[in-house]
Structure formats: C-alpha cells, structure tokens
Design a protein around this ligand. Sequence first.
Ligand SMILES: [Zn+2]
Length: 369
Amino acid sequence: MTLRVTGKVVTPTGVTRQGCVEIVGDRIRAVAEYPSVRDGHWIVPGFVDMHTHGGGGHTFTTGDVESAREAAAFHLRHGTTTLLASLVSSPFSLMREATTAYRPLVESGVLAGVHFEGPYLSADRCGAQNPEFLRDPSTDELAELIELGGGAVRMVTLAPERDGALEAIKLLAARGVVAAVGHTDATWAQTRAAVAAGASVGTHLFNGMRPVHHREPGPVIALLEAPNVVCELVADGVHLHDGMLAFATSVAGAERAALITDAMAAAGMPDGEYELGGQAVTVSGGVARLSRDGAIAGSTLTMDAALRHAVAAGIAWPDACRMVATTPARAIGLGDQVGALQPGLRADLVVLDDDFNVVRVMRGGAWVE
Ligand SMILES: [Zn+2]
C-alpha cells in the first residue's frame, strides 16, 4: 500500500510547490509533482539532532533508560526523528554504564547513538561541564567504550590541545566514530592538526572555545575553513548573536552548518531549578545557566524552534531545512538512511504550518501519536 503525503515538499535541491511524498512501508518511494495539490502545509525531512542532553524534564546524562526514552519521545513530538544522546563529562564508570544501558535503545532505533561531550575537554573552556571530571583523552577508555557499545558510540567531543588527543582522534576515526572538536582552548594550528588527524565536527561553534583573534584565529576559523568539517550551531538567540549565526552559515554553507539544540532537561518545561552532570542549573526566561557562576548550561531549544529562529535570523528556508536534517545526518554518518526527502531513505518527515509550527510528525512511515 502506498501512502501519500501532499503539500509543499522541501527536498535537498529545493521546494516542490505542488508535491507529494510517496511512502511504502517505512521508506520513501518517490517525491513527485502532484498537480491536484495547491499549497497546503510544508513537508520537510524529519529533524536530526546530533547534540542534545535531554528534554521534557528528562535527561540523558545519568544513563537511565526510562529517562532516555522519555527525552527522545519529547523531542520526537517536536519533529526530531533522529537524535544522539549527549552525555556531559562524567567518571568513566558512568560512561561505561550509560553505553551498556543505551546500546539496546540504539539497536531498537529509539536513539541514533551516544555522544560523549567530554570528559577530555579544556578546563579553561569547560562552560557548564563539571571541572571535577575533566582529564586527558585515554585511548584505552575509548577503545573499551566503542567495544562495549557495538556501534552505539557515535561521536566524542574532545579538546585537541590535551595530551593524547591526536591519538584519540585517530582511534575514533579508524573505528567509525565521529571525532568532534569542542570545549577547547586550542590554537588554529592545533585545531588544524586535529582535523588532519580525522576530526570532522565542530561542537557548538563559538561556545566553549577560544574566541577569534586576528593574530591567533583559534579553533573557530580553523573549523569554519575546513572543507570536511560540519560546524554545530545553537540557534536560540542566546548562545549566538543572530548576526554570528548568519555569518557562520554563509561561510560554511548549509552543507557544513548543522543546527543542534544542545537542549537540557528543562526544554519544554517551566523555569526553575534543574541539574546537569551533577551541577545545579537555574532556568529563567527559558535561559539555562549554572547556578554557581552563570555559565550557559545548554539550551531549552527544540529543533522546530531552532528552525524557526534560523529563518527569522535570515537564513534561506531550504538552507535552514538542510541544516536541521540533511547536514547533521551526513555529519554523523547516517546520510544514506535519513535526513532528506529522497527515495530510498527512511520515511521520516515533519508537516509544518505556514508559521513553521509542527502539525504532524512521521517516523519510519508511521504517524507519531
Ligand atoms: Zn557543550
């Protein structure tokens, strides 16, 4: 049986004003012109969030399976059909437990993988990461986690200036795990060395990084200029000035700029007191900050809100759609499975109204209740 979803279809090559996505089983069979349709809702690819710590009051950072399911379900209602569970810096024992706990969720498709944001990060640029847990990269630890995960460990963020970082990056790249540069005080040259060793993602570009200086361009410039690096951007108007968001996007292009939420448990929840990696977080006016020193502690974004924000900041509509789906899917090695309205890919799509609010979400050919 063929299911047809009709409307204004956004594909990687543009917009089909009178279009239709044909679905058989859990796959997209065709994207076609459908002359009987005039306008209707937007149909965009299901969102791919490669960096999120939780949402809806639930967190990934503790390794708890039920919380992880709830957080994934919360983001699914906001159109995120593929996501990585991001864990902040933790003791190795927790990293091991979380990998074991989440492996079945990755195998059953609830999560697309685990992202360890740390603990191999810069103390000077730790942001809301717990400084207690920061340490030099360990290839032994990484090899054990990769083995334990059986494919569940998909991305690791580290600071290239730490001892052993280049060996760690080489190990990750060789084992098919994305090495991401972030929470770093690296110089331009150190970042270039990380990219040469196989790093292919810049973790929330600008945030938790040595800033740009004209005599020391630092990680931001090195990541923006590297043709094989995808740069994550938090489009909430808090982490980044809209002018910086638009500028970075124009430099990297939509094929190398990925919107992420970096959401914590408070996404979709009222202001109040929360917790991130063992630290108290206060959310006020939707902005999450460490109670201790006011450092930005993740966001309260969802991907649909990020998309709306990016468009309001002046990013072209088809580009913004690529930045929430196609580009992050490719960045985490899933571009041949999800991230675009294209025949053969999994039937993940979001129906949006003219204000880009979520109307319906489909994952694997089935509407989300
Ligand atoms: Zn971070």
